[in-house]
Design a protein around this ligand. Structure first.
Ligand code: ZN
Length: 322
């Protein structure tokens, strides 16, 4: 065999190998994304589709204000291709680690994509803001775009897919916002008072014209004192507020105490339902998605405060009797 033909044969073998390897190369390894909250994980799944593996650190019913990272969380956070966290001091106990990762460029606080002018200032701390921006779908749009941009930076070859997924998802978010406006506008104006376990609904109230009163403050870390419970019980009686709400990620103790306090003043208050404030519902359920979470809240609030809402929500997907 001459040198030339041998080289040719080797060349052919190499291209045969390259051909055999092509199908493997066509499916790139998915990006490993770690999200702190379920809401951010849901955003990453909708925008990243098959191109991302997403893990949420905080599951259903978990309070992000008090959540501390576990040892396995630390491993996941450091090994991920990228970490998407909320910021605005929501993950108060994880702040140091998340800031460190962000300085390294392996984490992004996507909640901080909401422009300053649209944030609600914190009552007690200057330069701090109410972190609960997911409560207003129109604000959540900023966060969705930030998630899209973070994924695009990680995998620029898939920019078109991320952009198309984002546009399709934004159309559903617009529908959700329209549904919320329609249903909540059926609540009689005098009854547009939302009393909940902690101050998570400020953005919701601003978006849909509700006065919002949280028994605890913007964070769940402060305890509500007996005086606060007494004052609010009186307010319920004076303003003839008939329903208050519990939250899936906060103890219902204060809300039950409130209802008892109002009853002692001959004013009957019922628990209007359980709202998803800082965590979504069970994984795999409709309420375990961002859209399902907001649909549930809007539908429950409207029905409990004297408005009209379809029993199973925007798309008929809500579980009955929750
Ligand atoms: Zn909260």
């Amino acid at each position: 065999m001459t040198r030339l033909s041998r080289r040719r044969l080797l060349g052919q073998a190499a291209s045969a190998l390259a051909l055999a390897a092509t199908p493997l190369r066509a499916a790139p390894p998915a990006l490993d994304i770690v999200a702190t909250t379920g809401m951010i994980a849901d955003a990453a799944r909708n925008i990243g589709g098959d191109l991302v593996n997403v893990r949420a650190l905080m599951g259903s019913g978990v309070d992000p204000h008090s959540y501390r990272q576990t040892r396995s969380d630390i491993v996941a956070l450091t090994r991920a291709d990228h970490v998407l966290w909320h910021g605005l001091y929501l993950e108060a106990q994880m702040e140091d680690m998340l800031l460190k990762l962000s300085r390294r460029g392996t984490a992004t606080p996507v909640g901080e994509a909401v422009p300053r002018a649209q944030r609600i200032a914190h009552d007690e701390y200057e330069g701090r803001f109410d972190p609960h921006v997911w409560m207003a779908p129109a604000l959540w749009v900023h966060v969705l775009r930030a998630v899209r941009d973070a994924l695009t930076t990680l995998a620029p070859a898939h920019a078109d897919t991320f952009a198309a997924n984002t546009d399709a998802y934004l159309a559903r978010i617009t529908q959700l916002d329209i549904y919320a406006q329609e249903v909540l506008s059926t609540v009689p104006p005098a009854s547009r008072v939302l009393m909940t376990a902690h101050d998570a609904f400020g953005y919701f109230g601003r978006a849909y014209g509700f006065e919002v009163i949280g028994v605890q403050g913007i964070s769940t870390e402060s305890e509500a004192g007996l005086n606060r419970i007494r004052t609010l019980s009186t307010l319920l009686a004076e303003r003839d507020i008939r329903a208050v709400f519990v939250e899936t990620s906060v103890s219902d103790r204060n809300m039950r105490a409130l209802a008892e306090g109002a009853a002692a003043q001959n004013h009957e208050v019922r628990i209007g339902g359980s709202l998803y404030s800082d965590a979504m519902g069970k994984p795999g359920s409709y309420e375990g998605t961002y859209i399902g979470m907001i649909d549930h809240n809007v539908t429950t609030i409207a029905a409990a405060l004297g408005g009209q809402a379809p029993e199973r929500g925007m798309d008929g997907l809500l579980q009955a009797g929750l």
